[in-house]
Unconditional design. Structure first.
Length: 379
């Protein structure tokens, strides 16, 4: 589709990405962040520009940012993660994540009965199960392994995934501010964050130093380079981010004293995450949602709605912390980078690394789960 800016206008597109990220972070760092999630606005601004025909939904810049920002951000955020703290917080989060996966599977099976997807039912159910357990990268992988009857079914699935995911992000970002939800599913973590003095809760990290920046970037790029070289040799080229996580965690916990004294890695990791969020909005083109695609969008929205209901019931029955449940839901439906961005923007710092790990776990398992769904539904 024709747009005001071409896909080759890389610097203008980069300026829009940076401005969207800056607006999102500024709101999250202010008192308005409790009412209007800034990280959500960082996604919505470029999405609206795409829908309005101002910027393209596909551009070389988006591919470049996606390829570099996510692995570097994961490495930076996990360098400062203490494995002991991850175990204490991550064990409950892992249990909630299991219910989140079950919620997605329940949603796929129920929605498959409610909507007539014709010959593409098995394929569409498989890719939606994969993307809402591991992320959009799994949608692409599974779509290449299943058989489609409709020629444009893959592009429709991508559009429906994006709309369902963004609607889901909006809902879970707004839930912490709803009082009756907090009463139904209490959150000691949210209470402790809100009880802190505003100056502490919203304090900026210590000023970055050039020396710290260079060390952080060198470590992160080195970790990603080594990990991406090792992963194919191990036969897990598509799961290279898992290797990035293991290497970053190992280095971070070999030198815990250094990373405990500096916030350079966390600050830079957060910066890269915020810069990546507008890319998600930019590649979501609402103009493609016409005709039969709307039924697939309804199918996706039904899946994430059932996912949320199942997880909410589990959180209520088993007394899971609401913040933990929301990050687990985010990690499953939207992936590791979005889970980290949400935890960071809401000042749930103890959930940043566990959220990343759960998202990466889902990413590793989702292809197998998606193909199992495909085989189960294929006549």
């Amino acid at each position: 589709m024709q747009t005001l800016l071409s896909a080759d206008a890389s610097y203008i597109l980069l300026a829009i990405v940076c401005a969207s990220a800056a607006v999102g972070y500024a709101i999250d760092s202010s008192r308005w962040g409790k009412k209007v999630p800034g990280v959500l606005l960082a996604v919505l601004i470029p999405m609206l520009l795409t829908a309005g025909g101002v910027i393209p939904s596909a551009a070389p810049l988006y591919d470049t940012l996606g390829a570099f920002l996510v692995p570097l951000a994961i490495a930076l955020l996990l360098l400062g993660a203490d494995l002991r703290k991850i175990y204490r917080v991550g064990a409950p989060l892992l249990a909630v994540f299991a219910f989140a996966c079950l919620g997605t599977l329940a949603g796929v099976l129920v929605a498959g009965e409610l909507f007539d997807l014709g010959a593409d039912r098995a394929a569409m159910s498989a890719v939606m199960a994969g993307t809402y357990i591991g992320g959009s990268s799994n949608l692409l992988a599974i779509s290449q392994m299943v058989e489609w009857s409709t020629p444009n079914a893959v592009s429709v699935a991508f559009a429906a995934d994006a709309v369902g995911g963004l609607a889901f992000l909006a809902v879970i970002m707004l839930l912490p501010g709803i009082r009756w939800v907090r009463r139904l599913v209490p959150s000691p973590l949210m209470d402790s964050v809100q009880a802190e003095p505003a100056a502490i809760a919203q304090a900026a990290p210590p000023p970055l130093t050039l020396n710290g920046v260079f060390i952080a970037l060198t470590l992160a790029t080195g970790i990603v380079a080594v990990s991406y070289a090792i992963a194919p040799a191990l036969g897990i080229g598509r799961s290279a981010l898992l290797v990035v996580s293991v290497v970053a965690l190992s280095i971070g916990n070999l030198f815990p004293g250094y990373f405990a004294r500096t916030r350079d890695t966390e600050a830079l990791g957060t910066l890269l995450i915020y810069l990546f969020m507008p890319v998600i909005g930019a590649i979501t083109d609402l103009r493609t949602l016409t005709g039969t695609a709307l039924e697939v969008v309804a199918f996706a929205l039904c899946i994430v709605s059932i996912h949320l209901v199942v997880l909410g019931i589990a959180a209520r029955v088993f007394r899971f912390d609401l913040a933990t449940a929301l990050i687990a839901a985010n990690a499953a439906v939207l992936g590791p980078s979005t889970a980290a961005a949400m935890a960071s923007s809401l000042h749930w710092r103890s959930l940043v690394a566990p959220g990343l790990m759960c998202g990466l776990l889902g990413n590793a398992a989702a292809n197998f789960i998606g193909m199992a769904v495909y085989r189960m539904l294929t006549p």
